[in-house]
Design a protein. Structure first.
Length: 88
């Protein structure tokens, strides 16, 4: 059973702004609502872009609902995470 939303919702409640959520290629909408909760609580949130997604379902839903603060190609996500963590 899909559980990314449960994971992201739990992180949002426990860690608030002290976390980063990333949603990658996948089918359906799992994770989008939880990622939105993370963003609302001040977390950095990232979605993989359409061009580098095999299946753009999960990132698309997250982007459409405003859950993703950043939309990045897969090869830039690691660099973004490194910069974000090092700058904090």
């Amino acid at each position: 059973r899909p559980s990314a939303t449960i994971l992201f919702s739990s992180v949002a409640k426990v860690y608030n702004a002290n976390s980063i959520g990333v949603i990658l290629t996948g089918m359906g909408e799992d994770g989008a609502t939880g990622l939105a909760e993370m963003r609302k609580n001040g977390s950095k949130t990232i979605a993989q872009d359409e061009a580098t997604s095999v299946i753009f379902g999960m990132p698309k839903v997250a982007i459409e609902m405003g859950a993703a603060e950043e939309i990045l190609p897969i090869d830039e996500i690691g660099q973004f995470l490194n910069r974000t963590v090092m700058d904090s």
